[in-house]
Design a protein around this ligand. Sequence first.
Ligand code: OSB
Ligand code: MG
Length: 372
Amino acid sequence: MIRLRGIELIELRLPLREPFQISSGTQTDRRIFLLRLTDVDGIRVWAECVAPERPNYTAEAIDTAWLAIREWVAPRVLDVEFPGPAAVHAALDENFRGHHMAKAAVEMGCWGLAATRDGRGLAVLLGGTQRAIPTGISIGIQKSPAALVEKARAAVTAGYRKIKLKIKPGADVEYVTATRRALPDAPLMVDANNAYTESLVSRLMSLDSLGLTMIEQPLAWDDLVRHAALQARLATPICLDESITGMDRAQDMITLRAGRIINIKPGRVGGFTPSKAIHDLCRQHGIPVWCGGMLESGVGRAYNVALASLPNFTLPGDLSPSARYWERDIVTPEWTMNAEGMVTVPTGPGIGVTVDEDRVDDLAVRRETLGR
Ligand code: OSB
Ligand code: MG
């Protein structure tokens, strides 16, 4: 049984250790959006809304998510009794379009709350089977091919099992070719975040012989048809990220052969229930999945690691250690990775990390309490 009494919204700013550039923009400070859910028995859990500052990934942004949670998400859950966390998604989905990251923050928080209350690990509650997850790094667009090679080399040395290079037209063929030459055996992939169109497809074709494990989201975020045409020409698997907004789009990808791998981000699809459904569908169809990242704090990371413990998360997730992003995370223990590039799935009750609440209070720039 889940019944929320209050939801506290808190925004804080954490400076990234280094700017993170993708094809659609650069981030230097991460505005972190935390939620603290309290149930009718006073049990509390932290959750995170992963919406970015600007709507350059999907249509959502931190300020739209804040508004959506206050105006439309919270009224559908506060003081409403649900048989369990699996029932929350349907209540947020009915006649309520979009705003997936806003919905996911609360929906996932309900799973976290159930785990906390029952004294179970979140991964176990979700049906996770893996005790440790191979970790990938996502390397932002660099100033030069040489700079990228240096970053990628350091990532290999650190033990990362998947090395994702962000690309855009002009920072692609030369950059990725140089990296492949320097690191002939490294598990390299690229992520374009929608930067390519028909007229630029020849640049993607030039990447096809570089032994990449996948090319992530080369074309528009809402376009499956053109991805299908491109996949028919590429030997390298296409992995879809932005395009997979829910179960139907995952089904469409499979039907159209628009991609062969899915990056599941629970925020993007509206929470854990749709994430599990997509995971199960992909498993039935032999489509591997992996867990993407949104430059989360250690709170969001806890939810992602738990999800990635499900059995069809067979490829390394973008689950880098806290120290890759932040001087200091807001959770203890901080997230780490061993020399083999594995992150351990916590086994303790709840989400598996403790939030440094004094630090959150110090860093908070905006707060609002919904409910009691
Ligand atoms: O496309 O996966 C993406 C970060 C912000 C927006 C989109 C993406 C990303 C990343 C970061 O690649 C992955 C991470 O959190 O380490
Ligand atoms: Mg991506």
